[in-house]
Design a protein around this ligand. Structure first.
Ligand SMILES: [Zn+2]
Length: 269
């Protein structure tokens, strides 16, 4: 890929990457949401994450430099950018010290009040297809079984020769879909959101635990982490969300932002 018209170099903070999906052209692909200071969230897609050299394997809250251009074509979302994969360079990291102070400084100013607000902005004027908001209450995390094996078509995509010839373990099919139930602090909210979670980390946690402790324990560990810990009463939990393209545009949860709550002021008297 070579940069063409509209391409730009950005310094961006990685917030979340999705579990890889099979791709006809690239074997498997990842979508990454990044924050560009002063601008907001951008989607970097496609990225052949596991085919990149290790030094390019960025983590959450890494700063990266990347050359990217707007998608155009079929993807009309204004915040979708096609990265030049070779241009990706990890140049720093924002740690969680001082109660996530620096992460909060970078992320919280771009938060929206609710999922309803994001939906309305998106619909009314081709607004952003990515966002972050604070759910008023996270009610549950649950799961539903799905196909345990890749479909024939997906299997064929995944077994293509990697363009980079890099050896990597086969992409595992997740046998469950995980969803949060939550409500927003918004009069428009019906209070019954039940939204799929695409975060690579929830898939990775499930697979890691399943291989060691079996499936039932792995599911409980996922709930302990993603509900008990990330949405615990001591956390100021936010969801990163974005729209999926097909079959129609739907908002999905890309990941969780879970800084500790600010300490309560001491009570007098
Ligand atoms: Zn809502």
């Amino acid at each position: 890929m070579t940069p063409t018209g509209g391409s730009r170099n950005v310094r961006a903070l990685v917030t979340v990457k999705t579990y890889p999906t099979p791709s006809k052209t690239y074997s498997e692909l990842v979508c990454t949401a990044v924050v560009v200071p002063g601008e907001g969230l951008l989607r970097l897609f496609p990225i052949q994450f596991r085919d990149m050299p290790y030094e390019k394997w960025y983590k959450k809250y890494d700063w990266i430099n990347v050359t990217a251009e707007p998608h155009g074509g079929r993807d009309k979302r204004p915040d979708s950018y096609r990265p030049v994969q070779d241009s990706i360079e990890v140049v720093g990291h924002v740690d969680s010290s001082h109660g996530w102070a620096e992460r909060k400084r970078l992320i919280l100013p771009i938060a929206s009040p609710s999922l309803e607000e994001l939906r309305d902005q998106r619909k009314s004027h081709n607004g952003p297809s990515l966002g972050i908001f604070r759910p008023a209450e996270v009610l549950d995390l649950d799961w539903a079984p799905t196909d345990r094996e890749w479909s024939g078509g997906d299997h064929a995509k995944l077994t293509q020769q990697s363009l980079f010839g890099q050896d990597r373990s086969p992409l595992q099919k997740l046998p469950y879909e995980f969803r949060y139930r939550f409500r927003c602090d918004d009069p428009r909210c019906l209070g019954n959101h039940h939204v799929m979670i695409l975060d690579w980390e929830i898939g990775a946690l499930f697979l890691y635990m399943r291989d060691r402790h079996g499936e039932m324990t792995a599911l409980e560990k996922v709930r302990d982490k993603f509900l008990g810990e990330l949405c615990g009463p001591d956390k100021d939990t936010h969801f990163y969300v974005g729209t999926a393209h097909y079959p129609r545009e739907t908002w999905l949860i890309l990941g969780v932002f879970w800084p500790p709550k600010d300490p309560q002021p001491a009570l007098f008297g």
